[in-house]
Design a protein around this ligand. Structure first.
Ligand code: AMP
Ligand code: ZN
Length: 458
């Protein structure tokens, strides 16, 4: 098996990936909090999971991927109250939309999807153990984890030099300026409405952090290979997961922590609290295909910030469309030539196994496409094979995807060509926009204008 190097947040370095079991990988992902649509920042992190999983599968590993659905926490309860619908109805709706988003982005569904509300018993068990072992204590409003008791608290977030206090915080979300004992279990208050569980540790609900410790260890064991999420989860969420899990089992919780960079808008993190969010649905309404967004994410290394702009997305769409045209052309070609698979495969593997260098992998794909000396049929089979890692659905690309152009649109195309020939660019651009309103996109290529139907969701 080839060697894979991954950047592990725990040591802040790239290191050789060695799984616990020889050819099997256990992987856990912090899934969505289903109180609203996922924005494209959330989806960028979901694409990272997919890139990582596809690389591991390509390398020959079996992957057991578990993802949770956070369907109870401060945010979900608040949203269900505000919208005046039950927590179940709210979270089921957004969970469904999330799964559709994954599907349209060609993200392989996790092997196990687990809802927090289906794992309350496991959380209670974990909290009881923490109480028994002296890591947890009860107050009037909940059960808290004592960070002073856990010697290595904060290693992942590099908090070692920070002075730890005995103060407490009940909120699920807080920042590094607020390092405090955190809530494992929150006793019922009126603000929770009808959301509570009657349990041996009291009437209430779990804190967000304990949810992931319970669900990951339930399905993957006390020690597993990979845990993923966005960088914002390093503190407090993943820091607290480590503390809860390792205090319970006395074992190392996770071997490799993989964190994805943010998707930003005008350099600020995309987040609901800042109100700068875009959903996949909006991209589709603006006539982009989910594949254009996938392509955009492939173009930036997963640890770097991806500054989203419509111009960037346009560029990704153009590149993707060019790829489609090249593949359609390649499917028609029948020229004999060399089999250069071995040479390119080595380069492609070097890229993807070096901490998932997909921007480099894409460059290699383009080199292969442009290589005229490569036997055309062998080339096509080879690109389709590599696409199992990129997930761009190259096998499905065909001319049939391009629907017949209606006469009124054809007329506009012809007028635009006349204007372009007369070098009347501004007028030609106006017509291009009109064509877009009909749901068609014009791309000017060396072979003349190419027209394609834009992706639209009804
Ligand atoms: P949440 O639903 O807020 O728990 O987030 C789900 C996942 O999306 C987590 O792994 C977050 O770290 C990640 N995430 C949230 N905002 C962004 C962003 N702007 N860019 C990339 N990932 C994000
Ligand atoms: Zn989590």
């Amino acid at each position: 098996m080839d060697k894979i190097y991954l950047y592990n947040t725990l040591i802040r370095k790239k290191e050789l990936f060695i799984p616990i079991k020889k050819s099997k990988v256990s992987m856990y992902t912090c899934g969505p909090t289903v109180y609203w649509y996922q924005h494209i920042g959330n989806l960028r992190t979901m694409l990272l999971n997919d890139f990582l999983k596809r690389v591991l599968l390509h390398c020959g590993y079996k992957v057991k991927h578990v993802m949770n659905i956070t369907d109870v926490d401060d945010k979900t309860i608040k949203a269900s109250m505000n919208e005046n619908i039950s927590l179940k109805d709210l979270t089921t709706k957004y969970e469904e939309i999330f799964l559709i988003d994954l599907n349209s982005l060609n993200i392989i569904t996790p092997n196990i999807l687990v809802r927090a509300t289906d794992s309350i018993k496991d959380m209670v068990k974990l909290i009881k153990t923490l109480q028994k072992k002296g890591y947890a204590y009860k107050t009037s409003d909940g059960i808290y984890f004592s960070i002073l008791k856990f010697k290595n608290y904060g290693k992942l977030a590099i908090l070692n030099k920070l002075k730890k206090t005995k103060a407490r915080i009940i909120s699920d979300n807080y920042d590094k300026s607020n390092v405090k004992d955190f809530a494992l279990w929150k006793f019922y208050t009126e603000n929770d409405g009808v959301v509570f569980w009657e349990t041996e540790i009291g009437k209430g609900r779990p804190g967000w952090h304990i949810e992931c410790s319970a669900m990951s260890m339930k399905y993957l064991g006390d020690n597993f290979d990979i845990h993923t999420g966005g960088t914002d989860l390093i503190f407090p969420h993943h820091t607290n997961e480590i503390a809860q899990s390792e205090a319970t089992t006395n074992k190392k919780f996770v071997n490799y922590w993989i964190h994805g960079g943010f998707l930003t808008m005008k350099e600020s993190k995309m987040s609901k609290s800042l109100g700068n969010i875009i959903t996949l649905k909006e991209l589709i309404q603006q006539t982009y295909s989910p594949m254009h967004f996938r392509y955009l994410c492939l173009q930036t290394h997963y640890r770097k910030a991806l500054n989203f702009s419509w111009e960037n997305l346009d560029a990704a769409r153009s590149a993707h469309k060019k790829l489609e045209r090249k593949i359609i052309q390649l499917k028609k070609e029948k020229h004999k030539g060399a089999d250069k698979k071995k040479e390119y495969e080595k380069k492609f593997h070097e890229a993807i196994y070096d901490d998932l260098n997909f921007p480099r992998a894409l460059q290699i794909i383009w080199k292969i496409i442009e290589d005229e000396s490569f036997d055309s049929e062998k080339k096509l089979r080879f690109i389709e094979h590599l696409d199992s890692v990129l997930g761009l659905n190259i096998k499905e690309i065909s001319e049939d995807n391009n629907i017949a152009i209606p006469p009124e649109v054809q007329k506009l195309i012809d007028s635009r060509e006349r204007l372009r020939k007369a070098k009347l660019w501004a007028e030609a651009d106006i017509i291009r926009e009109r064509i877009k309103e009909f749901g068609y996109q014009i791309e000017d290529t060396p072979d003349g204008p190419q027209i394609e139907k834009l992706y639209r969701e009804d």
